[in-house]
Design a protein around this ligand. Structure first.
Ligand code: BGC
Length: 757
């Protein structure tokens, strides 16, 4: 087996069970199932059994001790939707369990080329009956409602009865932990089971959330290669089919087709579920495997990155890209949650993580999927306009810091609502998409409106002071510093947002007056406002510190006392779990890249020395307590020429979940970091930057590697980069004129061509 495409863990070590449930999740952007065992764990074993639908949510009241104006009253959270994973095998009266009898062989692995997760077990029961079981799971990438479990059971030394018990359990809870702010503190019981039916070999369990009143149906059909007698047992919350198989066959194949339908996507979850399961269960498991492989083959054609010289990192990198594909919402109703669909950390919310860390990969490698993510923001634009009003603004949008359907779900405004930069981040992602695809239709239909509305918010919260445009009382990306004036990141991103609002306005004015006219009418946008955008960005104040020759994180940051790192023991990290926020806010200490991230996104605002000095300064005081940090430091270290640092930070990102370096992978994978891994390769080692008229490449191969190959799409062209020890070969496949700036030279391509540098 080629390890670079396989993630395996053959131990049954209790301490890693929870982490592996996240690692081995199978998801497709609509549904996500944790890698729980089908058979039940022994009592008291750690497990978080979980199945989720992206953007399927419950609403709960937020309990406040003291509540102020425009604090959100409610919040949304992803729902553990009911458990269809359960399958028990009973041989001659003995129930299979990995924790009884003898496990002669146990393998489990995720195959990222073929898109399945498999367990291979050779087991001897306590009474000496032997069998081999292969269990394969797929969350179908081609049929988003479908999750399949396939059993292959081989009787080794007996020919007696086999019974298969397969159930759906609606009595499930969400996971809570009141001591970790990154998890839900309360509200475990969310679902009521409404109905359980068994008709024409189809089992269906329908539940409803208590408050949001959303419905979900789990509809199941089974196939078996052996004749059986079926008994159905049900109670108020679960249903079990007991399949008593005829003896005789020595190899049994049993497939469970599970279809999920929810009321956010389907009018009638019951009839849709039945129709879909009837259609999809006509496909054999092998056909489903083939479909999965074909889907992935296409995905990997552009997405894959090849590293020669380090198997572990190659594996980590592929794992991260595979998880991004598994996690990404593919229907514009949903987005990509901070933990994918692998766990309940951050409650299934969408953050700026999407735009700044994840969209670069999708925009450059899977633009169709990128569109869905961007369209999702457009769909919640009305809610963002409404939120702006609630916050006291006359115009513009205020996208929520964390959300599912657009409403603000953050109850801690200093590190939530105050992060206004999310508006500029969203605009930035639209602009990058436009620069990469030149898709003007998309800008006319969605992008322009988002860019204008987000630009407006800066005029609402900023003001002119001695001729300079300043933005007060915001929080930047670094959540260890809150509510400050003139956060460099926010100001520079707002400047980009405003500048592009003006550019898009002018572009439409020159090319499509009609569209501009109707859009301006729709959102009441006047030329005077555009002139103000212009005045604000031209005069945007960007704090700079003369003493250190660095861009200052904000107006007051550099005058604070430095955090006492020397006397902070290891176990006090992450600081957020061990110190009151106010303690942290009083010091110069960063949770994650802030100004350094700004230097990546809008590098032309600062000269190289400022970028380097800033990196040197902020690196020393950054804890990387957020998983969003290391990738950015890796990229910027590459730019500055700190090759060892770039490499070490890259290692941190590539295997963060596989090696559980943050200790919380059990609550779900870290999707922003996974996007960051791709960026560390392409933006870091490849030096790629998207500029207005061209793409820059600045290859710097890490010393330890023999070769690095990646590919991306730019204005319809395919650009393949092959970095070797002494040269880089860039192959461009295009029939449309494009420009690449490789190191300092601009190359023009209008045909297929290869350049060697
Ligand atoms: C980070 C945020 C991020 C969130 C979700 C927090 O720890 O500080 O920047 O958006 O996690 O990933």
């Amino acid at each position: 087996m080629n390890n670079q495409w396989i993630i395996s863990d053959n131990s049954l070590d209790i301490d890693s069970l929870l982490k592996n449930e996240s690692i081995f999740n199978v998801s497709n952007g609509y549904i996500g199932i944790r890698g729980n065992f089908e058979e039940k764990y022994p009592k008291n074993f750690p497990t978080i059994r979980g199945s989720y639908i992206n953007a399927f949510y419950e609403v709960e009241a937020i309990p406040y001790g003291e509540k102020a104006y425009a604090f959100p009253d409610t919040m949304q959270k992803i729902v553990n939707i009911g458990d269809a994973q359960n399958i028990d095998i009973i041989i001659d009266g003995e129930k299979f369990s990995l924790f009884q009898g003898t496990v002669n062989e146990f393998k489990r692995y995720l195959d990222m080329k073929h898109g399945y997760y498999k367990r291979e077990i050779w087991w001897t029961s306590p009474k000496g009956k032997e069998m081999k079981i292969n269990i394969t799971r797929i969350a179908s990438l081609s049929n988003l409602e479908l999750f399949t479990i396939h059993y292959e059971v081989e009787k080794i030394n007996f020919n007696g009865e086999v019974v298969i018990e397969s159930s759906i359990n609606g009595d499930v809870k969400n996971y809570t932990d009141e001591n970790d702010p990154r998890l839900a503190a309360s509200g475990a019981n969310i679902l009521n089971v409404n109905s359980i039916t068994f008709e024409n070999s189809v089992v269906q369990l329908t539940s409803q959330t208590k408050n949001s009143k959303e419905m979900v149906a789990i509809t199941v059909k089974h196939h078996c290669n052996v004749d059986y007698d079926l008994t159905i047992n049900k109670d108020g919350t679960s249903i079990t089919g007991v399949y008593r198989l005829e003896s005789g066959e020595s190899v049994i194949e049993f497939t469970k087709y599970v279809v999920y339908t929810d009321s956010r996507r389907f009018k009638d979850v019951n009839s849709s579920g039945k129709e879909i399961v009837d259609n999809l269960s006509k496909k054999s498991f092998n056909e489903l495997l083939k479909e999965q492989y074909d889907y992935l083959k296409e995905f990997w054609t552009t997405a894959d990155i090849k590293i020669q010289g380090d198997e572990n990192l190659q594996q980590g990198l592929r794992y991260n890209l595979f998880q991004l594909l598994q996690a990404v919402g593919k229907d514009s109703v949903s987005n990509i949650t901070a933990k994918g669909l692998s766990g309940e950390g951050y409650e299934g919310h969408y953050f700026w993580d999407t735009e700044i860390y994840i969209l670069p990969f999708f925009t450059l490698c899977q633009p169709k999927l990128a569109r869905h993510l961007l369209e999702y923001r457009y769909k919640i634009l009305d809610v963002a306009r409404q939120r702006a009003k609630e916050l006291g603004h006359k115009k513009g949008s205020a996208f929520s810091w964390r959300t599912i359907t657009g409403e603000e779900c953050s109850s801690y405004f200093p590190a939530g609502t105050a992060q206004y930069h999310i508006n500029a981040d969203i605009a930035y992602a639209y602009i990058q998409y436009y620069l990469v695809t030149e898709d003007m239709r998309f800008i006319k239909d969605f992008g322009a409106e988002v860019i204008f509305e987000t630009a407006r918010i800066w005029l609402e919260i900023g003001h002119f002071h001695h001729g300079l445009f300043k933005i007060d009382a915001v929080t930047g990306p670094d959540e260890y510093t809150a509510i400050v004036n003139n956060n460099y990141y926010t100001n520079v991103m707002a400047k980009y947002n405003l500048k592009w609002a003006v550019k898009i306005y002018d572009l439409l004015k020159n090319t499509d007056k009609e569209t501009l006219h109707s859009l301006c009418k729709k959102i009441n946008l006047e030329k005077e406002e555009i002139d103000l955008f212009h005045k604000a960005y031209i005069n945007m104040y960007l704090p700079y510190d003369e003493d250190h020759k660095i861009d200052a994180q904000d107006d007051s940051f550099l005058s604070k006392e430095l955090w006492d790192f020397k006397n902070t023991p290891k176990e006090k990290y992450p600081l957020l779990l061990n110190y009151h926020p106010l303690t942290i806010y009083r010091y110069q200490v960063l949770k994650q890249a802030d100004t350094v991230l700004a230097h990546l996104l809008v590098e032309d605002e600062s000269d190289f020395d400022t970028i380097k000095n800033s990196y040197d300064y902020y690196e020393k005081i950054t804890t990387h307590d957020s998983s969003l940090s290391c990738a950015v430091y890796s990229i910027m270290a590459s730019k500055i020429g700190y090759t060892h640092k770039a490499f070490n930070y890259f290692i941190e990102t590539a295997r963060l979940d596989l090696d559980d370096t943050h200790g919380n992978t059990k609550h779900g994978i870290h999707t922003a970091n996974m996007g960051g891994t791709w960026m560390a390769i392409v933006y870091g080692f490849g030096g790629v930057r998207i500029k207005e008229d061209y793409v820059c490449l600045n290859p710097r191969l890490p010393e330890k590697w023999e070769e690095l190959k990646f590919e991306f799409l730019y204005k319809g062209a395919i650009i393949q980069v092959d970095m070797r020890k002494n040269k880089t070969i860039i192959e461009v496949k295009t029939n449309y004129p494009i420009q690449l700036k490789i190191k300092d030279t601009i190359y023009k391509f209008s045909d297929n061509e290869t350049v060697e540098v």
